[in-house]
Design a protein around this ligand. Structure first.
Ligand SMILES: Nc1ncnc2c1ncn2[C@@H]1O[C@H](COP(=O)(O)OP(=O)(O)OP(=O)(O)O)[C@@H](O)[C@H]1O
Length: 277
């Protein structure tokens, strides 16, 4: 493996570790203009796990997700107060990134925290250029290193075999499921630590959905993944932790199995049993 390919902790090692919080959210409040979308929300998101955000439409799942990499900066009137930090290790020294700091280097944050959207959104470029886009912007690589990184990313995203013979063909010529895996490859090519996924399968057919779910489950040994989903089976199939939101508040969070089988809260119980939402 060359120096440009992100270093990976082995799944075995990360599984052996107890939960370690990577993202700390404390008393977060968020607004769109006068409307408060998130109320006093505190949540710890563990490292190298999949955390699912669930809850009925409009409960604030995407708003919270988008504050984690400051995507809401581009939404007029969006603001947030409270603490939202991400642990950062630099040369063995642990520091934290204060995500809500107005002076934060947002480009650097987004390199560390990638996002995959509901609808696959490849650039109207070749498959190769989609994956090479971020590395060309952020890294100094030789052509050979870039080729290696593009292949590595496409392999990680489980789409290499399907595209290796058409790397210079148009990304928009791929199927929806392939495009979404390409977007995952594009996100991981810059070596993020966190992957945010906002309903990544909602535009996909059942077999592409299963392929993405398998991929999410596999990627969690190397990335901290947060997924917003309306699909209860998906949350229970591919997440380790689940957080249930209602009307901008966190109602319950814990091990996915417990949230689904023995929820502490009646509202959670009703929601996971499909009584509302
Ligand atoms: N750009 C915006 N401007 C104003 N209000 C917004 C904006 N985006 C979201 N909201 C409001 O904030 C609340 C939370 O929205 P959010 O998109 O976070 O909910 P969600 O739980 O992700 O919903 P869904 O499951 O339907 O995607 C909703 O009442 C929504 O109407």
């Amino acid at each position: 493996m060359s120096s440009v390919t992100p270093a990976i902790a082995s799944a075995e090692n990360s599984e052996a570790l107890p939960d370690q919080t990577l993202i700390h959210i404390e008393k977060l409040n968020a607004w769109y203009g006068d409307f408060q979308a998130i109320h006093d929300l505190s949540l710890e998101i563990p490292k190298h796990k999949v955390t699912a955000f669930i809850g009925p439409s409009g409960c604030g799942k995407s708003t919270l997700l988008k504050w984690i990499n400051r995507m809401n900066d581009v939404v007029p009137g969006a603001r947030a107060k409270g603490r939202l930090t991400i642990d950062d290790d630099h040369d063995g020294k642990r520091t934290e990134i204060d995500v809500l700091d107005p002076n934060l280097d947002v480009v650097g944050l987004r390199r560390k925290v990638g996002i995959v959207f509901q609808k696959p959104n490849p650039f109207p470029k070749s498959i190769y250029d989609n994956v090479a886009f971020g590395p060309r912007l952020h890294m100094k690589t030789t052509k050979a290193e870039l080729d290696e990184l593009v292949e590595w990313s496409l392999q990680k995203a489980a789409v290499w075999d399907e595209v290796k013979d058409r790397l210079h063909g148009p990304a928009l010529g791929l199927s929806g499921g392939q495009q979404q895996r390409l977007c995952i490859a594009r996100a991981i090519a810059v070596g993020p630590e966190v992957l945010l996924m906002d309903e990544p399968c909602s535009a996909l057919d059942p077999s592409s959905t299963l392929a993405i779910e398998d991929l999410i489950f596999e990627l969690r040994s190397q990335y901290t993944i947060v997924i917003v989903t309306h699909n209860m089976q998906q949350a229970s199939r591919c997440s380790d932790k689940t957080a249930f939101f209602f009307e901008g508040k966190l109602i319950e969070a814990g091990d996915t199995e417990l949230v689904f089988t023995k929820p502490k809260n009646k509202q959670t119980d009703d929601y996971v049993r499909g009584k509302f939402g």
